[in-house]
Design a protein around this ligand. Structure first.
Ligand code: 3UK
Length: 541
């Protein structure tokens, strides 16, 4: 076991429960970690987040509460979920030979068995590597090459791509069917109960891959402690869910936005979750209306699409709606508010930070800003040398708190972590009231004839036009100006009149400084997005 020395803000690691030392062996060197402000978790030495989220909640609130729901009416109580997870953990350990520290690749839709598998892996001291159903053989092979799983638990409907990935030394067990050999069948034959492995608070619990809007995935490493830290910061202080809430949302559990919003936050407080295998915007709106959902997690594009299809009123029963992944245009916030009375909580999060670190709810919300640092986190806007810039000036967003960036093998760690801060890669400004205002991904800033133009500001202006459904603004090379602003525009399908590029240019010129208007406009049917729903601006460039 590697014991690393302490430094200010970087406590020494506790003795690991992992017999397979792959994760500790491949942590970035301690001096390259961000500074951590652990808060109340600083003194916790042993911790298994699965024990806390299941047994901890059951001890406080009882085992009979509804926990996981499916649209077909299936409901598992907390006790049932723990029972399934215990029996799967027994299969993992007794039949598949899992030892603590082994990575287990999980592949499935958002549905109860995937969640049971995730808990089983953590109970057994394994490291969960949850992947998204949309990923194909090549991507799965790349990920497996990086994190070297020995076992894969895969939805029986999604086996094909995993098999085509031909991952060496991998035992794959399908789940979700009644076929002989299926994990669910094998688990049903196991006795009840399982003794959770007493992991260290700083043993790695999960490896999460970044969305890779530029196509190169990186694996981030998060501890058992971190899983609880996101519940005890963003969720406890900003979201403030109640035990009677019903959560749902669109992000895959393989994306940490979905893991937090659809597993960790509800289970920390004894709430229930409606898990949707398919959550296109209209299905999402219907699910909210039909199942009494009170807390929704999704991305800005889904809110846009729900508004465009005229179904926003289906969201009126929500107590909370969270938007993350991309900037939430102010017009979308206002339109949703007007149509439903719901005040969307915008929050910026990142895979490297595990979840959201700047956000605002209720009366703290200022539409058009992301909000304030989540209690437990500190945020700053810094210049290229790591010095704070004056309020109102754009610069690099830097954050720190109880969670932070640790790339597997320390690969490109020095790009994200500098001067003890996590640099998210976003250009932000802080206004005079301390609110953080998103400008653009730093790589997406457009420099045209000496002006700095933030693509998302132009996108917001375009979205104000009633016939614009979606758009993306990038810099296109230009001999005279260096770069010019170019917009890709998706028009509302059921528009009644012709829309020209000139009309949209004039419209933008009325809303923001004329030099920011798109000089080139291309009408397209749809925009390229990643499996986590993010615009791939680099593909448009
Ligand atoms: C961008 C936002 C403006 C921003 C994520 C919530 O998106 C998540 O993680 P990723 O690693 O991407 C991180 C980057 O996405 N971004 C996210 N939220 C916002 N930009 N406003 C926002 N509200 O560029 C950030 O650096 O895919 C989000 C929770 C967990 C997550 N992993």
């Amino acid at each position: 076991m590697t014991q690393l020395p302490a430094a200010p803000g970087r406590p020494a690691l506790s003795p690991s429960a992992h017999r397979d030392t792959f994760c500790r062996d491949n942590l970035p060197p301690l001096e390259q970690w961000p500074e951590l402000d652990l808060g109340p978790l600083a003194h916790v030495d042993r911790l298994n987040c699965a024990t806390e989220l299941l047994t901890g909640t059951i001890e406080r609130l009882g085992a009979d509460r509804p926990c996981l729901r499916s649209p077909d009416g299936t409901t598992w109580t907390y006790g049932e979920l723990r029972g399934h997870a215990d029996r799967i953990a027994r299969v993992l350990v007794d039949e598949l030979g899992l030892v603590p520290g082994n990575r287990v690749l999980l592949r499935g839709f958002n549905e109860p068995w995937l969640v049971a598998c995730w808990f089983a892996v953590l109970k057994a001291g394994g490291v969960a590597v949850t992947t998204m159903p949309l990923l194909r053989a090549g991507e799965l092979a790349t990920m497996a090459g990086m994190c070297r799983p020995s076992i894969a638990l895969c939805d029986s409907r999604l086996l094909e791509d995993l098999e085509r990935a031909e991952i060496p030394d991998l035992t794959t067990v399908p789940f979700g069917s009644t076929a002989p050999g299926d994990l669910c069948v094998r688990a049903a034959e196991q006795p009840d109960g399982f003794d959770d492995v007493g992991t260290a608070a700083d043993d790695v619990a999960l490896l999460a891959f970044t969305s890779g809007t530029t196509g190169r995935p990186k694996a981030t490493m998060h501890f058992h402690r971190d899983v609880l830290a996101i519940a005890d910061t963003f969720s406890a202080h900003v979201l403030r869910p109640r035990a009677d809430d019903v959560f749902t949302g669109s992000p895959p559990i393989g994306f940490t936005f979905g893991l937090g919003g659809l597993v960790v936050f509800p289970l920390r407080v004894g709430a229930s979750v409606l898990l949707l295998e398919r959550a296109a915007p209209d299905q999402l709106a219907d699910a909210v209306a039909d199942h009494g959902v009170t807390v929704l997690f999704t991305a800005p594009t889904a809110f846009k699409a729900i508004l465009a299809s005229g179904h926003a009123s289906r969201l009126a029963g929500l107590r909370r709606a969270v938007s993350a992944g991309e900037p939430l245009p102010e017009s979308v916030w206002r339109d949703v508010h007007e149509a439903t009375g719901v005040r969307i909580i915008d929050g910026i999060g990142a895979t490297e930070m595990l979840h959201i670190f700047i956000a605002a709810a209720d009366d703290d919300i200022r539409p058009g800003t992301t909000g304030l640092p989540v209690p437990g986190y500190t945020a700053a806007v810094l210049d290229d040398d790591g010095r704070p810039v004056p309020d109102g000036t754009p610069g690099h967003l830097a954050v720190r708190g109880p969670t932070g960036c640790r790339y597997l093998h320390g690969d490109r760690q020095e790009v994200y972590v500098r001067h003890g801060w996590n640099y998210t890669g976003d250009t932000y400004l802080r206004d005079s009231d301390g609110y953080f205002v998103h400008q653009a991904r730093t790589d997406d800033m457009i420099v045209s004839a000496g002006y700095n133009i933030a693509g998302p500001e132009v996108e917001q202006a375009l979205l104000g036009h009633p016939d614009v459904l979606d758009c993306a603004v990038v810099g296109a090379p230009d001999a005279e100006r260096g770069m010019v602003v170019k917009a890709f525009v998706v028009l509302v399908p059921e528009r009644t009149r012709e829309v020209t590029a000139e009309e949209l240019q004039d419209f933008v010129r009325q809303a923001i400084a004329p030099y920011k208007r798109p000089r080139i406009i291309e009408f397209v049917e749809e925009l390229p997005r990643t499996s986590t729903g993010k615009l791939q601006r680099y593909r448009l460039r």
